[in-house]
Design a protein around this ligand. Structure first.
Ligand code: SF4
Length: 381
């Protein structure tokens, strides 16, 4: 296949779905977690769950970078942005994530903080060069996909001797989060049969990054692309692994992902970042060795050092089920606020903000299918 529409061919998708229905064994439950928010979005957008038999189910995972950032880190960013002379540069999705006491970056901007939306780290560097008298801070979030760009920006700032640029680093790591999901104790824990592994993250890390997880937890992992045929194909590969008693890492997304990943990106990350002892995740709590901080050799470019920031703690809105959704134990429709007090225009939790968030995806696409299943107008042809 060469063209994007071929990866969205309904007939091919239905043929793959028929194979899944044929091969998924009755009396066996298959619960596959899509780790990545991009897959969550694709599953909702293309109605992939509707193609699957009832005993093959998709479970949303924690792989939306905006969603997993805890409220305390948003509070810290707002405090930073309110300091005189600071310009906080951020991706647009973060603007609307609810912080403590009804706050958000959007609200802080309305109250006078200089917060600017950027498309890339390069935009933030350009602002730093253009405004040497201001302190430019880049609010860095994301999994291994976006981390290399932050590493390159820090190296570039050092090379250009930019003394007014720094990074508030909130980069997190995929494998520890997968382990945390599988190690969840108690009756509430979701029973994950296998993972659809992330696409773009894996282009950086390589599929080898998950080998220990597949082996230790005896769970199959299939790295898949973001197109609907990629996802349905990955589900079929997972079903086959489960049926054959295998727990391997397989690569459905071979047109982009390799076993070893992007070595140049990995080297840049290793040069600039080191692993934090602990990091708080929304929904998953404090996970050891699950996030990155800037190495001491680049401390002058670390906003946490430069502005003597202390990581604050804040409680989630008790009515919001984002935490349980990110652990895979609840679905957006389980939240009483969904579509009533919480919508993309007025998000009450982080999962309703980014298009990769489970609640936002369900709001945009899935709720219509709920309606159809409940006997309303038929949505799917
Ligand atoms: S619908 Fe809103 S309040 Fe409920 S879990 Fe989702 S983001 Fe949180």
């Amino acid at each position: 296949m060469k063209h994007i529409d071929e990866y969205r061919d309904g007939n091919l998708a239905r043929a793959l779905a028929a194979k899944i229905a044929d091969e998924a064994q009755s009396g066996r439950d298959y619960q596959f977690m899509e780790f990545c928010g991009g897959h969550t979005h694709a599953i909702s957008r293309y109605g992939i769950e509707d193609l699957l038999p009832a005993h093959v189910q998709m479970v949303h995972g924690p792989g939306c970078p905006v969603c997993v950032l805890p409220i305390g880190r948003i509070d810290d960013a707002i405090r930073l942005a309110m300091q005189p002379n600071v310009v906080l540069c951020t991706y647009a999705d973060l603007m609307r994530v609810p912080a403590s006491a009804g706050g958000s970056l959007q609200r802080a901007k309305a109250e006078g903080a200089d917060i600017r939306m950027v498309y890339s780290t390069l935009d933030a560097l350009r602002i730093a060069e253009a405004e040497p008298d201001r302190e430019i801070v880049f609010f860095a979030i994301g999994f291994e996909t976006t981390t290399p760009a932050t590493a390159f920006a820090i190296r570039q700032a050092r090379a250009k001797a930019l003394s007014n640029f720094s990074v508030f680093c909130n980069h997190v790591l995929t494998p520890p989060a997968m382990r945390a999901i599988l190690a969840q104790p108690g009756a509430e824990a979701v029973r994950v049969t296998g993972f659809i592994g992330p696409a773009h993250v894996s282009s950086v890390t390589g599929t080898a990054a998950y080998a220990d997880i597949a082996r230790d937890f005896r769970k199959p992992i299939v790295v898949a692309g973001f197109e609907p045929l990629d996802v349905v194909h990955a589900v079929l590969m997972l079903v086959r692994q489960v049926n054959e008693g295998r727990h391997e890492v397989e690569n459905q997304y071979a047109r982009l992902v390799t076993a070893g990943g992007n070595i140049i990106a990995q080297r840049a990350m290793a040069e600039v970042f080191e692993v934090r002892p602990f990091f708080d995740w929304r929904g998953l709590g404090a996970l050891p060795l699950s996030a990155l901080r800037i190495r001491d050799t680049f401390a002058d470019l670390d906003a946490e050092v430069r502005f003597q920031m202390c990581a604050s703690q804040a409680e989630d809105n008790p009515a919001c089920e984002c935490g349980a959704i990110l652990r895979g134990v609840k679905k957006p429709r389980d939240c009483k606020l969904f579509g009533t007090l919480c919508s993309p225009e007025m998000p009450m939790g982080s999962c309703m903000v980014s298009p990769e968030g489970a609640c936002a995806a369900h709001w945009t696409y899935g709720r219509f299918r709920d309606h159809a299943r409940a006997g309303g107008a038929k949505v799917l042809a």
